[in-house]
Design a protein. Structure first.
Length: 350
């Protein structure tokens, strides 16, 4: 029995490492700036707060659920920024990820610090570092075993045949990331006319490649992860803006290529003289995660708030099992200054 027990342990955990040692990802990557690059802290907005929720694969198993919250801001008085070489920024994000029938959970909290150099009146270059702690655990009791097959079907009343010591695991480790980001803007009022915001950056995650083991049997570690990202808000005319996003990630032997764009239509511009008229916009877009999914998105913006919804249509080999059902994802973002302009907007550069 002991030999059989060890064999099952080896079989399970040798078939899991590629999934187990990979990071979480969300389809609305532009709504997870600190997860992508610590230098994004304070780069695009004076203040920003974001909530994210994602659920996937509920049609074939216990749903995989990810919840995340993040806040970042620059730490410099805007009235004196142009007289200085640059400014500091900071941010914090936390997420909880629950995966599958084993309820494998990852909880992580990361703190980001960045410094942005004012290259000129419209360009900044920022360097960011990030440090945090993650904990992972699983409840193996929720899994089913071959010993519980009675010849016809699964029978929960049958003993698993596994030892009582094989009931789960839990461990934690520190984790570190660094990144660089360039930002260009021609003013703070992004969503009309010929206004333009561009960002592009690179980041390297898991600088110390934290090690961990499961049941002291299968050693594993988080591979370095390299990310390049670029996005823009381009005002085509007083009514329409486009928001393209490009993303490439490489972690070990796994890479992810993601690209697409949203289109926003201005319903109402904010008033420059009164708080009574709030800016409003609505839009949608399409994105593609290479060899994995087509993502359809909906965006609604009101004043300083943005609500995002997206749905993944699975196109990978898993699509036969999921019937192409993928993931639902929701996000809510608050930013300051007001992206529509209006009386709340304060010029970043003068």
């Amino acid at each position: 029995m002991k030999l059989k027990h060890n064999f099952i342990l080896i079989l399970i955990f040798l078939t899991l490492p590629k999934m187990y040692a990979q990071d979480i990802h969300l389809a609305q990557t532009n709504m997870t700036p600190l997860l992508v690059n610590p230098a994004n802290a304070g780069a695009e907005y004076t203040m920003r707060g974001i909530l994210n929720y994602r659920t996937q694969w509920g049609s074939i198993s216990e749903p995989y659920v990810t919840m995340m919250a993040a806040v970042d801001m620059n730490l410099k008085n805007p009235t004196t920024r142009t007289n200085n070489f640059g400014y500091f920024a900071g941010g914090i994000y936390m997420f909880n990820d629950k995966a599958g029938a084993s309820l494998m959970k990852t909880t992580q909290v990361n703190l980001s610090i960045a410094y942005h150099v004012n290259l000129n009146a419209k360009n900044t270059l920022g360097l960011g570092i990030q440090g945090g702690y993650f904990q992972r655990s699983a409840n193996i009791d929720n899994l089913t075993w071959g010993n519980q097959f009675d010849g016809y079907e699964y029978n929960q009343a049958f003993e698993t045949g596994e030892g009582s010591e094989f009931n789960g695991f839990s461990f934690g480790a520190t984790d570190y990331t660094s990144g660089l980001v360039w930002t260009y803007r021609n003013n703070e009022k992004y969503l009309s006319g010929n206004n333009l915001l561009l960002t592009s950056g690179v980041s390297l995650h898991h600088l110390t490649k934290p090690d961990f083991e499961t049941q002291s049997l299968v050693p594993d570690q988080l591979h370095y992860r390299f990310i390049w990202h670029g996005n823009a808000i381009v005002g085509l005319n007083p009514r329409f803006s486009i928001l393209p996003y490009l993303y490439y990630s490489q972690q070990g032997s796994i890479n992810e290529i993601f690209f697409g764009s949203d289109v926003l239509y201005m319903l109402k511009q904010a008033s420059k003289y009164t708080k009574n008229n709030k800016g409003m916009a609505i839009g949608g877009g399409a994105f593609y995660r290479w060899n994995d999914a087509v993502i359809l998105a909906l965006i609604m913006q009101y004043d300083n708030y943005t609500f995002g919804f997206s749905y993944d249509i699975n196109t990978s080999s898993l699509s036969n099992a999921t019937n192409k059902n993928g993931a639902y994802e929701f996000s809510l973002r608050y930013v300051y200054p007001n992206p529509f302009g209006g009386i709340k907007s304060t010029a970043r550069f003068k």
